[in-house]
Write a protein that binds this ligand. Sequence first.
Ligand code: BGC
Length: 523
Amino acid sequence: VPVSFPPGFKFGAATASYQIEGGWNATDKGVSIWDRFVHEDPTRIPNNDNGDVACDSYNNWERDVEMAAELGLHFYRFSLSWSRILPTGFNKRISEDGVRYYNSLIDGLLARGIEPFVTLYHWDLPQPIQELSGWTNPLIAEWFAEYARVVYTLFGDRVKLWNTINEPIMVCDASYNTGSYAPGIKNSEIAPYVCNKILLLAHAKAWRIYDKEFKPRYHGKSAFFFEIQLRRLLSFLSIILRKRISSIAQHQQKLTKLFSFSGKVSITNNLVWFEPASDEYKDLAELALQNFGGRYSHPIYSKEGGWPPGIEEVMAENSFKRGYSKSQFPAFTQEEKDLVRGTYDFYAFNHYTTRHIRKAKEGETFTAFPMGDAEDLDAISILPEGREIGATSWSVVYPEGMRHILVWLREQYGDIEFVIAENGFPTYGGLEDSNRVNYHKEYLEQILLAINDGVNVTHYTAWSLMDNFEWVDGYAPKFGLYEVDFTDPKRTRTPRQSAYYYASVIAQHSLDVSTEMDLILIL
Ligand code: BGC
């Protein structure tokens, strides 16, 4: 097994706004669907947990930056709360406080040499937009694109790595099909599929705005050389023309936009690896991959665009079975296909676990998780046996799945850049988390094997920097490299064994480090 990472390979950790920020009604922040969901019926989440305070990163962001620095992260992936920036959800009013908050965080990271990797949408939709049907209203594509433009304008001079939407399948299936996530809508026959298409259009519009209006116009070696000369000239002028320094600074900002550091934007998919329960289910497993990941990838990453092979047929059949006279799965017009196709700069995905899959037997009902697959395909997805399971019912450790996914992705979409935007393991707590250490080690080994197979993986992101609000599971599962004390008003953070392990992997740029971190010695 190879142990060293390619030069330039980057390590990060991730969080998401609603899961960590708290400050749910600070200053003029608007209400999001998660604020509404947990307040409307507190019993929805075990222990009546909610994200009102969470890790209080709204006040503790400096400590978060310090932790990222302690780990030696190359980048920190976090998400923006749409309602913190645009309290009404629409671009008529930008919150000064929201902008101040994210500016501090971004500048704080950059001051430590940590690259911000910013997700525009990690599930906390502004409530006023949900009141207009949220992700099932086609107009949201435009509203999301406008929000994206606001955000690129505010932070694009410093942020060069972007995600549009985190895990679209969760947005469409958990929010509009099973209803387990905010806003809790249960409409399995139409809403999740309508959401699927609209969400892709929203992503595409946001990607195209960046591509057209924000990608530096000049890059490459000669542009870089020219930029350096111009910068030198400006610094020289700023020394002799002391009084006009602010206007010179403005010109320097414009330069940053025009030149060299070409930013990148992509969507982040959730990918579960599906293994056939036995050989006869090979085609079913392939269809499950297409249904779970392909529906959110093929329209963007394939050469021809549009829905993945086999899916429209399955969906039409399901519609007929349910009594409709025509398919309820929304088709793309040629224009829409062209709008969506090619709207990526890399392929980002979150991967945690694997399922075995087989056809359901007479009378057997499909299993609820992972969602889309089983119901659409009349299949049963099974937890692989004999494997460790973490503190959430779905978190089976299956490291080989990571390599399989990477190889499958390259077969599907070609030799593009792959970014692992989340990977992690939930424990029940405690600072000694050797099971998390092993999880990261074993998944990273599989990534190295995939790199050996020739897959171009460039980034790895641990979920999560710290314990946080784990959606419907509340605060019980602990995903953090840092433990957060939720009984302490200060929300003190303490590094776990896994934090020391990850820090040494990053420092050595290799897996050739000890997994036996002695906490007592280190602390
Ligand atoms: C999500 C995170 C979540 C994590 C663990 C991912 O699906 O992006 O928000 O906390 O999984 O469940």
